[in-house]
Structures are given as C-alpha cells and as structure tokens.
Ligand binder design. Structure first.
Ligand SMILES: *[C@@H]1O[C@H](CO)[C@@H](O)[C@H](O)[C@H]1NC(C)=O
Ligand SMILES: *[C@@H]1O[C@H](CO)[C@@H](O)[C@H](O)[C@H]1NC(C)=O
Ligand SMILES: *[C@@H]1O[C@H](CO)[C@@H](O)[C@H](O)[C@H]1NC(C)=O
Ligand SMILES: *[C@@H]1O[C@H](CO)[C@@H](O)[C@H](O)[C@H]1NC(C)=O
Ligand SMILES: *[C@@H]1O[C@H](CO)[C@@H](O)[C@H](O)[C@H]1NC(C)=O
Length: 393
C-alpha cells in the first residue's frame, strides 16, 4: 500500500512538473526566435504565457519579426504579439483535422478588454494542399500567415508553432504610440493620488522617475487617503535625502504589469535600494488581491492606473514605509555607521513639500546609484520615529 501511495505521489508530481512551462526557456534553444523571445520578456508577455494552463504561441523568426516591428513602440509590439498567443492547444495533428476546415480561437489580446470588434480572435483555416492559414478574425483580413513548423509541444500545456508571416489585425499597427513621456502629474491626480503627485514633483523625485522610465518603471502610488491614515510617522522629521528615499521606495526600475507582479517570488529591488538598507519590497497574493510588504507595513494594490509598457502605475492604499527607516520594534535597526560621522542636517521645519533645489536629488540613474542616507542619520532618525507614541498615542 505504502509503495502504491509513493508511486501515486510520484506520478502526480511528474504531472505537475510536466504541466508547468517556461516559454523563455523553451525559445532559448532556438536562436532563430531570439528576438521574439526578447520581446516576450520585455513586454512581460512571457509571464502571461507561463500562467496559462493551455496555450499556443505562434512565433516568427528573427528576419520576419524585425521587419514587422521596425519603428513600432514597445506598447504596439506588445499588442501585436499578444494576438500571436492563442488560448487553446494546437499542434500539427489538431490543425490538420479542424472541423469544417476552419475555426476561430481566442487570443491573449482579447483578455485585455481593449480589442475592438473581432481583433482579439484568430481564424485558423485548412487551406488546399495541406496548408494551414492563420489570420485575424476581423472582417477583410487575409489568411496569409502559414503554418511553417512545430517548434515545441508539451501536450496539452503549451505548443509553439512557427508561422511564415505576422497576423495583423486591422488598426493595430496604426494605433497612436503612447506619449514619449508619461505625465505622472495628470495621471496621478486623476487617479486620486494628488498628494503623492505633489510630493514627487516638489522634491524632484519625478525627474528620477522620468529618467528611469525609458528602461522600465513601475510606480506604486499611495492614495490621498493613505497620506491621512492615522499612525503614520511624521515625515517632517526626515532629512531631505531620507524623504527622497521614501518616495523612491515607491518605484521599481522595471516594467511590471499585474500578472507579473503576482508572479514575483523574491524581494524586489526598488529605486531606493542600496547595499546598507536594502529597501526591498515583497509581494504576497491572495486570490486576485495583491499586497506589498515593506517589512514595516502592508499596502494593498487597489487598482492599475497605467499599463503601458515600459511603464506601469499601481494605486496602493498605504504609504510604504521602508524597514531601514522605520524599525518594527522599539529597538532601532542597527546600521553600522562610523562613530565620527557628523550628524545629518536638521530636518526641515516645514512639510517635506518645501521647495528644494533639484540638484540635491540623487543621481538620475537611480537604479544603479544607491541612495544612501548620510552617515549618522539612522540613529538620529530612530530617535524621532514614532511620533504617534507622543502625539496621538
Ligand atoms: C524561465 O527560464 C528562464 C531562462 O532559463 C529563467 O531565467 C527564468 O527564471 C525562468 N522563469 C521561471 C519562472 O522559472
Ligand atoms: C525566416 O524565414 C524566412 C522565410 O522562410 C527565411 O527567408 C529567413 O532566412 C528566415 N530567417 C531566419 C533567421 O531563420
Ligand atoms: C524606420 O524609420 C527609419 C528612420 O525614421 C526609416 O529610415 C525606415 O525606413 C523606417 N523603417 C520602416 C520599416 O518603416
Ligand atoms: C475564416 O476566414 C475565411 C476566409 O475569410 C472564411 O471563409 C471563414 O468562414 C472564416 N472562418 C470562420 C470559422 O469564421
Ligand atoms: C501634465 O499634466 C498637468 C496636469 O494636467 C499639466 O498641467 C502639465 O502641463 C502636463 N505636463 C506636460 C509636460 O504635458
């Protein structure tokens, strides 16, 4: 009996191992699809593919793909490629026995809710001479993307097929590209994050966001209500550098849409991360709900304000308090700093929104240049932290 149970468990674990797939890993073995693979990673469509239990990816070789995506924005490329991800399993045998010679299948683009008309669907038709054609299901589209070959199959989990040319849905390539610069102020104000918008603007942290933007950026913007929550530490007690770090802690130097955020297993480096304090964030999920954990407090993701590769903005319900500044227990976090260091400058008497020269902001390449608090400031800070104890406690 015991042996049988072990065998059964072994079989089950094998099934689990087999049904999980990793599109990045699959395509790594085929250098002729390396560009397709790179774009899947950049747009984070790879996470969407890996999450699907049953999926078919129609790939294009480097020659065809580079012509197709030439001069297109990453946002348009993401949409165009999401039409090549079918939410069903098709291998060669299945393609050759399509009932009635033709079928319509749903693509990943349809799940975005942005697909107009039938642009989120693909028509697969058995053409004469054992050829199979793929095309947009939107009226007037051609079926000129032909099946070329089977690249990789893991029945009935993932199938990767090469097609001869891209599936082009009407209007997709003519979509207006997103503006080269995200207007954080207007997006955040509209989303109910006016305080955060004002703070990143007044401190100059927005400039750092804008510099990081082109290479990928995700911002976690606390709502206006979050800044009025009881028990928040007194931010006026922070030095300018520390307050900048607090704001930089609300962004990470990569584009992360919701599905990818939910898939994050490891602590995430933020724009404030440095060797001394870490300033990492971790993600926990429960059903569809996503929570960011700073080590001091938790923030729930309320909604997505913007998802436009390479930038995404989430709205969160609590200000993220980095553990390096805000020790959890009364015993202050010990940060080794030289005894001889001079104390940091006095905190500003006014609110942190006071105008300060932008030059005092950390270097623009925030992700690479750690934002280190001035030596000696940690001890100084820990003495002031819990104003709530003396204030509202
Ligand atoms: C998928 O494979 C790539 C390349 O081997 C690897 O870097 C990545 O961590 C894998 N992803 C997951 C979720 O295991
Ligand atoms: C891609 O396919 C086209 C047409 O079949 C072919 O001419 C070209 O050499 C291929 N490119 C690569 C990188 O395999
Ligand atoms: C892409 O843009 C460059 C410069 O603007 C232009 O020379 C080239 O012809 C364009 N390529 C395509 C495929 O449109
Ligand atoms: C797919 O497209 C072809 C050609 O436009 C059309 O004849 C066929 O009816 C379509 N298939 C389905 C299932 O709509
Ligand atoms: C961004 O939006 C704000 C508020 O709508 C506006 O005042 C500002 O001029 C915009 N900035 C740019 C660079 O377009």
């Amino acid at each position: 009996m015991a042996t049988l149970r072990i065998l059964l468990l072994l079989a089950l674990s094998l099934i689990a191992a087999v049904s999980a797939h990793n599109i990045t890993d699959i395509l790594l073995k085929f250098p002729e699809y390396s560009q397709f693979n790179n774009y899947l990673t950049q747009t984070k469509l790879n996470d969407e593919i890996n999450l699907r239990e049953t999926v078919t990816v129609l790939v294009l070789n480097n020659t065809i793909l580079s012509q197709f995506v030439a001069n297109q924005s990453l946002a348009v490329i993401k949409t165009a490629l999401s039409i090549h991800i079918l939410l069903d399993y098709f291998d060669r045998p299945k393609l050759l026995v399509i009932g009635g010679g033709s079928t319509i299948t749903t693509t990943l683009y349809q799940t975005t809710g942005k697909a107009a008309g039938s642009t989120g669907f693909v028509n697969i038709t058995d053409l004469a001479g054992k050829k199979v054609g793929f095309g947009s299901a939107a009226t007037g589209s051609k079926l000129d993307a032909l099946y070329e070959r089977s690249v990789k199959q893991i029945p009935y989990s993932i199938s990767v097929l090469e097609i001869s040319s891209p599936i082009i849905a009407p209007g997709i390539l003519n979509m207006p590209p997103p503006p080269p610069r995200v207007n954080f102020t207007s997006l955040l104000e509209t989303a109910g994050c006016k305080t955060f918008a004002r703070l990143i603007s007044d401190t100059g942290v927005m400039r750092i966001y804008e510099t990081a933007e082109a290479r990928g950026l995700t911002v976690f913007a606390p709502t206006d209500a979050a800044f009025k929550a009881p028990g928040l530490p007194d931010f006026r007690k922070l030095t300018n550098t520390e307050f900048d770090s607090l704001l930089l802690y609300h962004a990470i130097p990569v584009y992360v849409p919701k599905v990818s955020l939910m898939a994050e297993k490891y602590p995430i480096r933020t724009l404030a991360s440095n060797e001394i304090n870490g300033f990492y964030l971790t993600v926990t999920t429960k059903g569809d709900s996503v929570t960011l954990v700073s080590g001091v407090d938790n923030s729930r993701v309320e909604s997505m304000v913007l998802d436009s590769v390479p930038v995404s903005i989430f709205k969160i319900d609590h200000v993220l308090l980095p553990a390096g500044f805000f020790p959890q227990s009364p015993s202050p976090a010990v940060v080794p700093v030289p005894e001889a260091s001079p104390p940091s400058p006095s905190p500003p008497a006014s609110a942190p929104s006071a105008h300060r020269p932008i030059a005092s902001s950390p270097a623009p390449v925030a992700a690479k240049s750690p934002i280190v608090s001035p030596p000696g400031s940690s001890g100084f800070i820990s003495r002031f932290w819990f104003w709530s104890c003396s204030g509202s406690g």
